[in-house]
Design a protein around this ligand. Structure first.
Ligand code: PEP
Ligand code: MG
Length: 325
């Protein structure tokens, strides 16, 4: 039985009619990559590097970061590892950086905004990521992108550091794919423009829901309003996937929605390419996918985006799972 369980765990994720999708794991440290590999993930869809920064009492230097990213890449043995540059600010404080007190931290100085403001820190991180690319399949992901200017600046810094390392004689991958988190509605709305330039999108529903619905993801008082089945969120998700495909790019999702088996038929119907989640959620989502027919899911997705409320979407999904179509 153990052998059978093991075998099913490592079977590639696919729908009943054979549509393959990639299942990634979300990790917060290089050691987590071991769990990710053991859980049958096809790769790491999100390496949240900020934990590396939060555990230290000062900014980790280039070598320290390089060792962590390299270890993750090696543990995944050639499977892709998407490394997100530091997503500090918002709910994630760093005592040694003494970030300013803000009235609205989630709307303030966070993530790529800090990276582009303190460019030397971002350059150090990008060098570490580029050096790790010599030891596996490493991709760079920029968080909280709200406009094309931020993306272009971040991408240029990556290119500059990549080229510099090569000039210095460091072994680096020939090419390092770069993408953006889609977690701010403006990025989703301009997905068609971004799609021409990025290698991939990763939809962060945790923040995308917060910003689309104006519902603080940390505030219990408004928690009932926080719902990724809201039709407005679904429209944005679909838009991003369609825009990426129109340019021959791929879209992943690394927010909590990807790990919800009830969302699986909807996301399969939208054509989502890669799903990244906590390692523990992988077996359930794989099992849910294996029962689905991709054609029926496409019809379901069309019906769902046309509904008016999250409750209606949820009811439709529950009905779909119950009767299988
Ligand atoms: C997200 O916003 O969905 C996401 C994956 O990023 P984080 O939860 O780290 O903000
Ligand atoms: Mg986020």
């Amino acid at each position: 039985r153990l052998a059978a369980e093991r075998e099913s765990r490592f079977r590639p994720a696919a729908s009943a009619d054979g549509r393959r999708v990639e299942i990634g794991a979300n990790i917060g440290s290089a050691a987590d990559a071991e769990t990710a590999a053991d859980s049958g993930a096809d790769g790491v869809g999100l390496f949240r590097t900020e934990f590396l920064f939060m555990q230290a009492d000062r900014l980790p230097d280039e070598d320290e970061q390089y060792r962590a990213y390299r270890e993750a890449a090696e543990r995944m043995g050639g499977r892709p590892v998407v490394i997100r540059t530091m997503d500090i600010g918002g709910d994630k404080a760093l005592p040694y950086l003494r970030l300013p007190e803000e009235a609205n931290p989630f709307l303030g100085y966070r993530a790529i905004r800090i990276g582009l403001d303190r460019e030397e820190w971002l350059r150090v991180q990008l060098r570490a990521i580029a050096r790790a690319s010599a030891h596996g399949t490493v991709k760079a992901l920029f968080p909280m992108i709200s406009g094309l200017g931020e993306w272009r600046r971040a991408k240029r810094l990556l290119e500059e550091e990549h080229a510099r390392l090569r000039d210095e004689g460091h072994p680096v991958a020939e090419r390092i794919e770069a993408g953006i988190m889609v977690e701010v509605p403006s990025a989703a709305l301009l997905a068609d423009r971004f799609a021409r330039e990025v290698d991939f999108f990763s939809i962060g529903t945790n923040d995308l829901v917060q910003y689309t619905l104006a519902v603080d993801r940390m505030n219990e008082k408004v928690a009932p309003l926080y719902d990724y089945f809201h039709p407005a969120v679904l429209q944005l998700v679909r838009r991003v996937i369609d825009a990426s495909h129109a340019c021959g790019k791929w879209t992943g999702m690394c927010g909590g929605m990807a790990g919800d088996p009830l969302a699986a038929p909807l996301l399969l119907g939208f054509g989502l390419d890669e799903w990244s989640m906590e390692a523990g959620a992988i077996p359930k989502v794989k099992a849910a996918l294996s029962r689905l027919d991709s054609g029926r899911c496409r019809e379901l997705a069309d019906r769902a985006v046309a509904l008016d409320t999250p409750e209606e979407v949820r009811a439709e999904l529950e009905r779909f799972v119950r009767v299988g179509g």
